[in-house]
Design a protein around this ligand. Structure first.
Ligand code: KIV
Length: 286
């Protein structure tokens, strides 16, 4: 894997400097082909561990292995040239200690060529964020609804809707910013709380279901393309690709069964000799 320190790529420090500026645009990406399509329009591509649910049919992100994250991240780095690629550390790969987190995060950087990692957690992960970011690993934190903690928090419900909960989330945001995170994802947080956090800390907040008060926005690509069977309230579907795929596959199936496809236009014709074949290829591409 070649080193990805490429002058054209957006860097983590550049994202950090955009606090309070033009909104930061981010989407998840899991593959080379989608990364290639969306790269020109976004500042960050997140190889989210949501890929476990979206691509691999797991019920939560908890079972996602590190090797799977690395494989998808390699594809996203190969498919993109300018956005910062951030890779999620999956559950179990960083919580144990700062040194375990460093070992696994360094593996992610070396083997994928990405520019940063993301991990879930606030106050309790601050020591690890400080350890990584002071040793050459840019960290984006993720607070609010933290899906890897679903077994302890009990649901994927929005957070911070009661004032009594705010102090804890504000402490989380301050702790990760002070520890050296270059940005923080706020997931499924009430608008007023997201606004307060965004004002209180010096690093960009990237909202997913946390209102327009954040410094940037991220969505899961498949959700906003209309490919997911169920989406949370905060997802706007900008396309209906699920329906488009179904329509295309139905048409293909009907045409194959009725021998309409492949017609002559999609078939290699016979040629008498090599000269004729060359001529036909030049004229028709077939
Ligand atoms: O895994 C993921 O896709 C994420 C985003 C929802 C921020 O963490």
């Amino acid at each position: 894997m070649s080193q990805n320190f490429d002058a054209k790529r957006v860097t983590a420090p550049e994202i950090a400097k955009r606090k309070g500026g033009a909104p930061i645009v981010a989407l998840t990406a899991y593959h080379a082909h989608t990364a290639r399509i969306i790269d020109p329009y976004v500042d960050m591509l997140l190889v989210g561990d949501s890929l476990g649910m979206v691509m691999h049919g797991y019920e939560t992100t908890v079972p996602v292995p590190l090797d799977l994250m690395i494989m998808h991240a390699q594809a996203v780095v190969r498919g993109s040239t300018r956005a910062l690629v951030v890779v999620d550390m999956p559950f179990g790969s960083y919580e144990e200690s700062p040194s375990v987190a460093f070992r696994n995060a360094a593996r992610v950087l070396k083997e994928t060529g990405c520019g940063a990692i993301k991990l879930e957690g606030g106050v309790h992960m601050a020591e690890t964020i400080r350890y990584l970011s002071s040793r050459g690993i840019p960290v984006m934190s993720h607070i609010g609804l933290t899906p890897q903690a679903v077994n302890t928090i009990g649901s994927f419900q929005p957070r911070g809707r009661f004032r009594s909960e705010w102090a804890a989330f504000e402490e989380d945001a301050k702790a990760v910013a002070e520890a050296g995170a270059f940005a923080v994802v706020l997931e499924a947080l009430a608008e007023l709380l997201a606004a307060r956090i965004t004002k209180q800390i010096s690093i960009p907040t990237i909202g997913i279901g946390a209102s327009a008060e954040c410094d940037g926005q991220i969505l899961v690509l498949e959700d906003m393309l209309g490919l997911s069977p169920r989406v949370p309230k905060f997802v706007k579907e900008y396309a209906q690709l699920g329906a488009a795929i179904e329509g295309a596959v139905k048409a293909y199936s009907t045409e194959v069964r009725s021998r309409v496809f492949p017609s002559d236009a999609y078939t290699y014709p016979m040629c008498e000799d090599a000269e004729e074949a060359t001529k036909k290829t030049k004229m028709t591409g077939s």
